[in-house]
Design a protein around this ligand. Structure first.
Ligand SMILES: NC(=O)C1=CN([C@@H]2O[C@H](COP(=O)(O)OP(=O)(O)OC[C@H]3O[C@@H](n4cnc5c(N)ncnc54)[C@H](OP(=O)(O)O)[C@@H]3O)[C@@H](O)[C@H]2O)C=CC1
Ligand SMILES: CC(=O)[C@@H](O)[C@H](O)COP(=O)(O)O
Ligand SMILES: [Mn+2]
Length: 388
């Protein structure tokens, strides 16, 4: 019986994992489910899987859930401060999925490492902002790490569990999102509805907007650089409309490996929880038609100006990554609340990434979560004051 925890269980990745577990219930005991506001879905999950601990970080949702569950054995927590009341460092759980969206996933990811034997991280923002802190604790507590983001899971699989000492170059693919072919003249009137129509993947709103602006791929380059300890010069984006090929790894010895899988996040998620088992997952036959038409092209930074942020990055872990993640979190929220235009996201992000005030953070290494959180809050407030 594997004991597990799922952060972001009511979301796209979290719910996909629960669908996998539902088919194999006898082998799993869910110790904790965490979400933000969706108390109805979280309570339904907790009851269905007989989960004794839940976290709701939105205070009002926490109060409602506490009331609704008062005559049950389910304990409701309002934040992640009580992990040491739920878990025991001497009796680690087997697996945790970190699938909270955005910057807010970093603290829970850092806090759970000591309590879990394996940590599967889908929350790319935590890797981008806090990788040096995450890596330090992975080593300190001997926690096994599996990246879940499809391109990074693919690279990780090609490197056979992360031996990356003879890596020459990595290509990650981008679908190009819903506006890959849209006339540039129409970008200024892009609607929320259209921006949420990803051509290949059904994902949470935030990552879907990031795929439309191409910020998702900027994040994925940073994520790959950190996880696989590369220079940015060793990483390149290729657009591939079908999202079937996820990564190409070129090694120093002249060999290159490519990884394709169905355009379905169930595959990386399934492999993260059944890693090192021979559990069978039903999947489609190899798609020869798509393999014959990979249609790989270099990224167009006229269409996707946000790519230019990659030119401003330092090759060392820095607080600058927190600035762009937090600014992007905020700007995507403003766009989804109809406060700014789609093109404002890239324009304001590029402006922020070029200001002297923020550029100086490229040479400051993150020392602790408090420093990262404070900077993130500052960036968020700064955007409120900008004339957006
Ligand atoms: N979806 C996908 O296919 C992929 C996702 N990823 C990454 O995985 C992560 C999750 O993505 P996705 O599943 O699409 O996101 P969703 O928006 O679908 O779900 C986000 C989850 O996080 C919860 N959440 C949000 N904020 C908080 C918070 N402050 N505290 C606790 N829980 C919180 C949400 O709770 P609530 O429901 O209550 O709001 C929800 O359960 C992201 O970092 C994304 O970049 C990477 C590759 C693919
Ligand atoms: C499924 C997954 O890993 C997403 O990150 C996906 O890659 C987003 O698609 P884009 O390639 O359009 O950003
Ligand atoms: Mn991805």
């Amino acid at each position: 019986m594997k004991k597990i925890a799922i952060f972001g269980s009511t979301g796209s990745v979290g719910s996909s994992l629960l669908r996998i577990i539902k088919d194999d219930r006898k082998n799993f005991k869910i110790e904790l489910l965490a979400a933000n506001k969706n108390y109805k879905k979280l309570i339904k999950q907790a009851k269905f899987f007989n989960v004794k601990n839940i976290i709701l970080t939105d205070y009002n949702s926490y109060l409602i859930a506490t009331k609704l569950l008062k005559n049950t054995k389910v304990k409701v927590f309002k934040n992640f401060d009580s992990l040491n009341k739920i878990f025991d460092i001497n009796k680690k759980i087997d697996y945790t999925m970190c699938a909270i969206s955005g910057f807010q996933g970093l603290r829970p990811t850092l806090d759970i490492i000591k309590f879990t034997k394996t940590i599967a991280i889908a929350n790319k923002e935590s890797i981008i902002c806090g990788w040096n802190l995450i890596k330090k604790d992975l080593n300190k507590y001997k926690t096994f790490f599996i990246p879940v983001d499809s391109e990074h899971f693919s690279i990780w699989s090609l490197l056979d569990n992360n031996k990356n000492d003879n890596l020459e170059k990595i290509y990650i693919t981008a679908s190009g999102g819903p506006f890959r072919k849209l006339s540039l003249k129409k970008f200024k009137n892009i609607s929320i509805k259209d921006a949420l129509k990803h051509p290949n993947w059904s994902m949470g709103k935030k990552i879907t907007i990031d795929s439309a602006t191409m910020m998702n791929k900027v994040f994925e380059i940073i994520e790959a650089k950190k996880i696989f300890n590369l220079d940015y010069s060793q990483l390149e984006i290729l657009t591939h409309p079908k999202s079937y090929l996820h990564a190409i790894v070129k090694f120093n010895n002249g060999l290159s490996k490519l990884l394709v899988h169905d355009t379905n996040m169930i595959i990386p998620i399934f492999n993260s929880i059944y890693f090192n088992t021979n559990k069978k997952l039903k999947s489609k036959n190899i798609d020869i038609e798509t393999l014959n038409n990979l249609n790989l092209k270099k990224i167009d930074n006229i269409r996707f100006p946000i790519i230019k942020i990659l030119n401003n990055l330092s090759n060392e872990d820095s607080l600058f990554e927190t600035i762009i993640v937090s600014a992007n979190d905020k700007l995507v929220k403003l766009f989804l609340n109809n406060k700014i235009k789609f093109t404002d996201i890239s324009n304001i992000l590029l402006k922020i990434s070029n200001t002297t005030e923020f550029k100086k953070f490229r040479s400051i290494k993150p020392r602790n979560i408090e420093e990262i959180n404070n900077l993130s809050n500052y960036v968020s407030l700064k955007i409120d004051t900008m004339s957006v």
